[in-house]
Design a protein around this ligand. Structure first.
Ligand code: ADP
Length: 262
């Protein structure tokens, strides 16, 4: 019965999702067709001034429609990713300033990493946006301040340990974002990956952050795990598969240029 209820909730979310999208998409198409019709009418009348206005109207509608479908693709796991060898610790170090600025002075930020973190193969800009999103969620869970910890570790998973995480056995890099915030009830935890599920006030939450992160991480061969306790805080853990093969580290630009010339 519980499974049925969950299924029903999922279908409801899908219904809301498709309904909302169809509506937005339709509005954008109206801008495109409207712009083209006005353009055609002007040309038919032999009036060639102001044509650029209607062209711009159609173009901007088309661009926004493309951006909308792009966002959809992100959680349908069919977005085009550009995975590159990536050093997650370096990525975190490069983002520390923006994270601190985004979450504000009332939250203490700690970065913990063990030396010798394995490189991974990932779309780095997507991982950056996932990390920032997790930090923003952590901030929102700590309205009165608190502590945010970003921690990376190497995680070899044998057959059994991997099966428990719904992953194939192998080596993974774990990236954890932990907060000392409100935590989540089991009901909330069960729904956080649903597109448009949010507990935040209208205008503040889109409910898309975690569903997009989930889609991206699954498409990258990894997994997202949540540990949360009401009143204590939340840990969001991303497992990302270790990069295997010869190219152990991100190749510095000069080196790759030199190689091509050789
Ligand atoms: P949004 O942040 O727009 O609500 P998300 O998909 O990122 O969308 O998150 C969905 C919901 O999951 C949030 O509204 C919140 O209820 C819950 N959530 C996410 N991260 C945390 C966290 N670190 N602590 C407590 N609740 C969280």
């Amino acid at each position: 019965a519980e499974e049925q209820l969950r299924q029903a909730q999922k279908m409801e979310a899908v219904g809301q999702l498709t309904g909302g999208l169809a509506h937005d998409f339709n509005n954008l198409l109206t801008a495109v067709t409207g712009g083209l019709e006005l353009l055609a009418a002007r040309i038919a009348k032999g009036k060639y001034d102001q044509l650029d206005r209607y062209i711009t109207m159609a173009q901007s509608g088309a661009h926004r429609a493309a951006a909308l479908t792009q966002r959809l693709l992100a959680f349908s796991r069919r977005q085009t990713l550009a995975p590159k060898p990536t050093d997650v610790d370096r990525l975190i170090a490069e983002m520390k300033d923006i994270i601190v600025r985004t979450i504000g002075p009332s939250i203490d930020v700690n970065v913990v990493s063990a030396p010798g973190l394995w490189p991974i193969l990932v779309d780095a800009p997507q991982l950056e946006s996932a990390l920032l999103n997790l930090c923003i969620n952590a901030r929102d869970a700590m309205p009165d301040g608190g502590k945010l910890t970003i921690e990376t570790t190497n995680r070899p998973l044998d057959e059994r340990a991997a099966a428990a995480q719904d992953l194939p056995a192998g080596d993974y890099v774990s990236l954890c974002v932990t907060d000392t915030g409100t935590g989540m009830t089991p009901d909330v935890m069960a729904r956080v990956f649903e597109p448009f599920f949010t507990t935040k006030p209208i205008g503040e939450g889109t409910g898309l952050g975690l569903s997009m992160i989930y889609g991206f991480v699954r498409q990258s061969g990894g997994q997202v795990r949540i540990h949360s306790e009401v009143g204590a805080g939340t840990t969001m853990r991303l497992y990302l598969p270790r990069l295997m093969g010869k190219h152990d580290l991100p190749v510095p630009h000069e080196v790759s240029v030199a190689r091509h010339r050789a």
